[in-house]
Ligand binder design. Structure first.
Ligand code: GRF
Length: 188
């Protein structure tokens, strides 16, 4: 059985879908949910499934490598970033080569990088009058949104779409594809 740790900073709707999807799986389970935000909804979601949670602070995350011990103890195979806003430090990337993935709600390499998160992305996409947007699932490296792309899926933008409408359409794509791609990566 493969073990997954999820990092998330906010609501956690993607984490929720991933946990749900794998609930009855004999391939993989989410066994730890971490957040930099003690008030993040994702922590309540994890608790409702009986999954252990951890709140991390900047010092622990960037100035120590104590998480490596936590992950080793739990035999974590894959780290999934689902709406996690902090840059992942090198020690973690080096300890999990090609085992850390992220979902980004746009078609990278466009609309990525520092500051491109949440509604900032969808507003920029709308302001540029793009005709399509979508999702990117990619490996994580030391730079925001620059790791190798694993999967992308597009959706159309209609001229009358608000940024909120675009965000909704993209989130539907995330929920549909992220759990399946995770499953696929773990069964390789
Ligand atoms: C998603 O759009 C994800 O792509 C992103 O942040 C959002 C998180 O949503 N980077 P949720 O917390 O999973 O509901």
């Amino acid at each position: 059985m493969k073990k997954i740790a999820i990092f998330a900073s906010g609501t956690g709707s993607n984490a929720n879908r991933i946990i749900e999807h794998l609930k009855a799986s004999s391939l993989a389970q989410v066994t730890l949910v971490l957040s930099n935000n003690k008030d993040a909804g994702v922590l309540d979601i994890a608790k409702s499934f009986g999954i252990p949670t951890m709140v991390i602070d900047r010092n622990t995350f960037y100035k120590t490598n104590s998480l490596l011990g936590v992950f080793a103890k739990k035999s974590i195979d894959l780290i999934v970033l689902a709406g996690f806003l902090w840059l992942v430090p090198s020690y973690l990337i080096n300890a999990f080569p090609n085992k850390i993935i992220n979902i980004h709600p746009a078609l990278l390499p466009k609309y990525g990088g520092k500051g491109m998160y949440g509604m900032h992305i969808h507003r920029a996409v709308q302001a540029a009058k793009e005709q399509e947007t979508g999702i990117t699932i990619h490996y994580v490296n030391e730079k925001y949104d620059e790791g190798a792309i694993i999967f992308q899926k597009e959706c159309t933008i209609f001229p009358e779409d608000t940024a909120e409408k675009i965000a909704q359409r993209v989130l539907i794509l995330e929920h549909k594809h992220f759990p399946i791609i995770i499953e696929m990566l773990l069964s390789e």
